[in-house]
Design a protein around this ligand. Structure first.
Ligand SMILES: [Zn+2]
Length: 405
């Protein structure tokens, strides 16, 4: 299987990246054979790329596939085959995450700071250890703080000859203008529902009916589709969210529904914390040289490191909570979109098969203007959360508007 197999519904991007990997390969070969000083300018390859696309479109999957293609050492290349065979040592280790010259930076925090970025910039100045390129994939370039962005800028402006930066972000507007203007931009689209269903069957071995349901319900968001298809709890949660529109008929119901959404998000954050926090804390204590056992004292001068870890854990909890709410809100938007489609008599396929009856009932009982106001209310709630409005307040305000329509 070629490295591009999991990049679904992005033919244009894949073609462009294949061409770039080909030129990149020719460049390294020319350099290795000492054929003058090879140049990249004017070729399909360049040192900095920005992958944009809506959440779930597969930005980081595409970036990783490209990273693998850049490391491809398949002998077929000499015979005119495109790099990115998927089988050779270069492709394989890059795909599974063990290639020494592919660094993937992902964060579960809200921001990436100056300190972490400096580390990557240092790395970027080195030559590849054994591979063909030094590749740094920055999955959440939209989370760089301004200071971190400025640190990165210098590295992107004057790249080492065989270093490639692959930045990923939802849209170009999410990245500092100075940085994005130095990157070649690649826009991914929301993959078609059929392509997502196909991927779930092929890659994850999911049954056709379940794959089709999950792909349609999540409207082309690959990660969410996979989670919905494989996680019973995610399906239960979604079913509860889809019942919300019927529960907001009175004030009490609206407020209760709001509280439940918040509780469910908090529950998710707690689960993630239980999974990681204790282990991370114990590991850090050991690294700092504390003796065994929770109660033992930390060595002098190490409290700062412990405090830093606790802050990170707190920020991660906030982020998990936010992601979980965001998922619920996107399910709600989908529900009201289906109501609207029905009211306007469009033949668009329903994303919410399991709520067909509820959609039909609400479509009967309300008018399109109300549905539009409700969609607006959900979007406003999302924006309020982005502005750090207290989640319960934002969700309550939304529930009240959903009630009144
Ligand atoms: Zn290969």
């Amino acid at each position: 299987m070629a490295v591009w197999d999991d990049v679904v519904g992005q033919e244009k991007v894949t073609a462009q990246l294949t061409a770039a990997a080909r030129d990149a390969d020719a460049y390294v070969t020319a350099e290795a054979e000492g054929r003058g000083s090879a140049v990249l300018s004017g070729s399909a390859m360049t040192h900095a790329w920005l992958f944009t696309g809506p959440p779930g479109s597969g930005r980081s999957t595409a970036a990783r596939a490209f990273a693998a293609a850049l490391q491809c050492v398949s002998p077929d290349r000499a015979l005119g085959g495109a790099p990115g065979c998927g089988f050779c040592d270069g492709c394989h280790t890059a795909m599974v995450g063990t290639h020494a010259d592919v660094e993937v930076i992902r964060t579960d925090l809200l921001t990436i700071g100056v300190k972490e970025t400096r580390e990557q910039v240092r790395r970027a100045q080195m030559s590849p250890a054994g591979g063909r390129w030094q590749v740094i994939v920055l999955e959440d370039a939209d989370r760089l703080t301004e200071g971190a962005g400025n640190v990165l800028l210098k590295a992107v402006e004057e790249p080492a000859p065989r270093t490639v930066w692959l930045l990923c972000a939802p849209s170009t507007e999410d990245v500092l203008p100075t940085i994005r203007s130095r990157c070649r931009q690649l826009a991914l689209r929301t993959p078609p529902v059929e392509a997502v269903a196909d991927l779930l069957m092929r890659r994850d071995g999911i049954e056709p009916a379940m794959a089709a349901y999950a792909a349609r319900a999540t409207q082309g968001h690959i990660g969410r589709a996979r989670r919905l298809a494989t996680d019973e709890r995610a399906r239960t949660r979604r079913a509860a969210v889809l019942k919300l529109p019927q529960r907001v008929a009175d004030v009490g119901g609206a407020l209760r529904a709001a509280q439940e959404l918040i509780d469910a998000a908090a529950e998710d954050a707690k689960e993630v914390a239980e999974e990681h926090d204790a282990r991370e804390t114990e590991e850090l204590r050991a690294a700092l040289g504390a003796s065994e056992g929770k109660g033992s004292r930390l060595p002098r001068g190490t409290a700062g490191a412990m405090k830093e870890l606790q802050d990170r854990q707190k920020r991660r909890a906030t982020r998990t909570q936010r992601d979980s709410l965001d998922l619920a809100l996107s399910d709600l938007t989908g529900f009201y979109r289906d109501v609207l489609a029905r009211q306007l008599g469009s033949g668009a396929a329903l994303g919410n098969e399991e709520a067909v009856d509820a959609v039909a009932r609400l479509a009967e009982d309300s008018v399109p203007e109300q549905t539009l106001r409700r969609i607006e209310a959900v979007l406003e709630c999302r924006e309020a959360l982005d502005r750090n409005v207290a989640p319960l307040l934002a969700v309550e305000a939304m529930a009240m508007t959903l009630r009144a329509g």
